[in-house]
Design a protein around this ligand. Structure first.
Ligand code: SF4
Length: 230
């Protein structure tokens, strides 16, 4: 390899291709304002044979977006903190909606999958994002990843009305003792409640981690989870 880039790579890749990189290992400082970043050069990718679909979405193409960096929680098994550090940053709601509008106008985007650790950690941003989509009549299906303790019924309702089709959240375990040991800081009741709201509004729920692993296990995938009887 020619270079190793540690941290956020946008400025580093520019320094490398424009010949300014002095070291082969580039350690980058965190960006203060993600809204300063330009939109990805989608023209280079849109005609490439990538998978532009997604099982959760009603149509294609589906674009991935990353609108925040860092998760402020401290689950013991998670590497997010060691990759990003602890300073949470995110695009503004206005910038996210502007990017979605551009993707719809230029590429006919039908879905957005927010590929980040915790899309709803900033509730004010989440609500503003939803209201902007609703107020501007922007109809797009979207999915995001999050934690059950950053949601409540009103927020799931609002997100669903704004186009949310799938919530992907970390169930991790059906044992409160295991959750406590993992320092997940959620309760089984919070997880049950979130499944209930999603079912009520018709939002799909592919829960993450342990559930997903067990679901693929040939000897236990057919057994029901007694605590998940909602
Ligand atoms: S909530 Fe999710 S992203 Fe955040 S530390 Fe825990 S496992 Fe990692």
């Amino acid at each position: 390899m020619d270079f190793v880039v540690q941290g956020e790579g946008e400025q580093a890749i520019l320094d490398i291709v424009e010949g300014r990189a002095q070291e082969r290992v580039l350690r980058c400082r965190r960006l203060d304002n993600l809204d300063d970043l330009p939109m990805p050069a989608w023209d280079y990718f849109i005609h490439q044979p990538y998978n532009w679909g997604g099982d959760w979405f009603p149509g294609t193409p589906v674009f991935t977006m990353n609108t925040s960096r860092v998760c402020p929680f401290h689950c013991t098994f998670c590497s997010v903190g060691s990759i990003w550090g602890r300073k949470y940053t995110g695009f503004s709601a206005e910038r996210i909606v502007a990017d979605i509008d551009y993707l719809m106008q230029h590429y006919g985007a039908r879905g957005i999958y927010f590929r980040e650790d915790n899309f709803t950690v900033n509730r004010e941003r989440t609500e503003k994002f939803c209201h902007l989509l609703l107020d501007r009549g922007i109809k797009i299906a979207w999915a995001c990843e999050t934690r059950v303790d950053t949601l409540d019924r009103d927020l799931v309702d609002l997100m669903h009305r704004a186009g949310l089709v799938t919530l992907y959240y970390g169930v991790e375990s059906g044992s409160q003792e295991v959750l406590n040991r993992l320092q997940k800081k959620i309760t089984l009741d919070q997880t049950r409640a979130t499944f209930g709201w999603c079912r009520e509004f018709g939002v799909k729920t592919p829960p993450a981690s342990l559930w997903g692993c067990l679901g693929k296990h040939p000897r236990i995938s057919s057994k029901p989870w007694p605590w998940l009887t909602i």
